[in-house]
Design a protein. Structure first.
Length: 81
């Protein structure tokens, strides 16, 4: 993880799981704020030199159209203890 990625993901918690029944891959994230999440998405889709997002989308059924992002509700904030 490079310095920029470390700064973007500071305080974030990510977990991933696959549902065999629906053939769906979920990535769950807990972010300090919506702004932190948006910075991560901007970096992952535009500036990440590894192009990991593009590689994952190529594996999706339907390619890029097979990816359905679920965005956080910006009307509330959750805090971890």
């Amino acid at each position: 993880m490079d310095f920029k990625q470390q700064e973007i993901m500071k305080g974030a918690y990510l977990e991933a799981f696959f549902n065999d029944t629906t053939y769906t891959y979920y990535i769950y994230g807990d972010w300090a704020s919506y702004d932190h999440y948006q910075k991560y998405l901007d970096w992952r889709f535009n500036d990440d030199e590894s192009k990991m997002a593009q590689q994952v989308m190529a594996l999706c059924v339907g390619g890029e159209r097979g990816l359905t992002p679920l965005f956080p509700n910006t009307d509330y904030a959750a805090f971890s203890n």
